[in-house]
Ligand binder design. Structure first.
Ligand code: HEM
Length: 341
């Protein structure tokens, strides 16, 4: 009898969890279920992302970087999407962040299905999840319910440069509640996408004059020789270089980034340092040789997606992802708020 009661209780608990969704702080899995008439919000996002992915696979790195730059500055509040003469977008660090038009298209599709329901902050994390999945990564389960912020200022953008030390990177991630493991997992995003030559010229040509003009010895000399030709010192264009130097997997979300940095083929200085520092190297070795990367990357993305989330009146559901709503109470009460130009 006790066993039967236990089983019934377990079953009920399971049903309840499925009905209510798991919650992650303020966020909830399935937050939009039954909130958009007969439409399925997550399916709409996926459909638009899929239609773009077949035309342009680089939307995966574009969205991953967008989510990182959104969540690390004022939290995951879509502040990176706001237009304005002094908004986050205008900061030099964000000059190559891409994907804004895709977010607009997703937002338009959702506004058509159910106006004023889905936040731009949620669109970023849902679209990123789908793009990661389409590029070979795991389809991790994304809790939703974020609201959009009112403020976006270029001065708030404090994403560090690629010369950051491992010590400072650990501290930077810790400020946001992410530990060293999370950090190394998140750097796995550099398994797709590109850097521009300007970020690696010092490694190739010793611009600081600290190595007698020689390339960074932590880079495989064969790779630095190739990259010196790709990224000449006095080039007129800032060419792109794959962050994952394994050509066959440069557009695939897999663990190849870790394998490459273990053989001195990291592109950014911080990427290479992860394979050298005693605190991060064991994690890199585990990821390079194991099968856990897809799940761990997904968990780390979920964790990054919950940084500084806004709820209730702290935020709003924007009508356009590029501007705070015209009648938002914040627009009247603060001139720091960015509005569309
Ligand atoms: C301290 C941490 C980090 C630093 C210093 C850093 C630095 C950089 C730099 C310099 C680039 C090249 C940008 C360009 O030339 O356009 C880049 C690209 C990229 N980063 Fe990071 N990154 C960091 C963490 C992350 C994290 C946590 C993610 C995502 C989870 C991420 C995702 C990406 C992606 C996907 C690209 C390629 C973008 C594209 O192809 O458009 N990065 N990163």
């Amino acid at each position: 009898m006790a066993k039967i009661l236990g089983a019934v209780a377990l079953g009920l608990g399971f049903i309840l969890l499925n009905l209510t969704g798991f919650s992650y702080g303020a966020l909830q899995v399935g937050f939009y279920r039954r909130k958009c008439g007969r439409s399925d919000v997550e399916a709409i996002v996926r459909r638009v992302v899929a239609a773009h992915f077949v035309k342009d696979r680089t939307i995966t790195p574009a969205l991953l970087r967008m989510q990182f730059h959104d969540c690390f500055v004022r939290g995951c509040d879509a502040s990176i999407l706001l237009d304005g003469s002094n908004s986050e977008k205008t900061s030099g660090t964000n000059s190559n962040v891409r994907g804004f038009q895709l977010i607009d298209i997703i937002k338009a599709a959702l506004e058509k299905a159910c106006p004023g329901v889905v936040s731009c902050a949620d669109i970023i994390v849902l679209a990123t999840r789908d793009a990661v999945n389409m590029a070979g990564g795991e389809r991790y389960i994304v809790p939703t319910g974020r609201r959009d912020g009112f403020i976006s200022l270029s001065d708030n953008v404090d994403i560090p440069p690629p010369e950051i030390s491992v010590t400072d990177a650990i501290a930077f991630f810790a400020q946001k509640g992410l530990n060293t493991l999370d950090m190394v997992h998140l750097f796995g995003a550099h398994t797709v996408g590109v850097t521009h030559c300007s970020f690696i010229l010092d490694r190739l040509f010793d611009l600081q004059g600290q190595r007698g003009g020689k390339p960074d010895p932590t880079m495989d000399p064969r790779l630095s020789a190739v990259l010196k030709r790709r990224c000449p010192l006095k080039a007129s264009v800032d060419s792109p270089v794959n962050l994952d130097q394994n050509l066959r997997s440069a557009n695939i979300v897999d663990n190849s980034f870790y394998k490459e940095i273990l053989i001195k083929r990291g592109i950014l200085q911080i990427d290479q340092e992860l394979a050298l520092d005693r605190r991060t190297r064991p994690i890199v070795v585990g990821l390079a040789n194991g099968t856990t990367f897809p799940a761990q990357f997904g968990s780390a993305m979920i964790k990054m997606g919950s940084i500084g989330v806004l709820t209730g009146r702290q935020g709003e559901i924007r009508k356009s992802c590029r501007a705070v709503n015209p009648h938002s109470h914040r627009v009247k009460s603060t001139h720091r708020t960015t509005t569309i130009n």
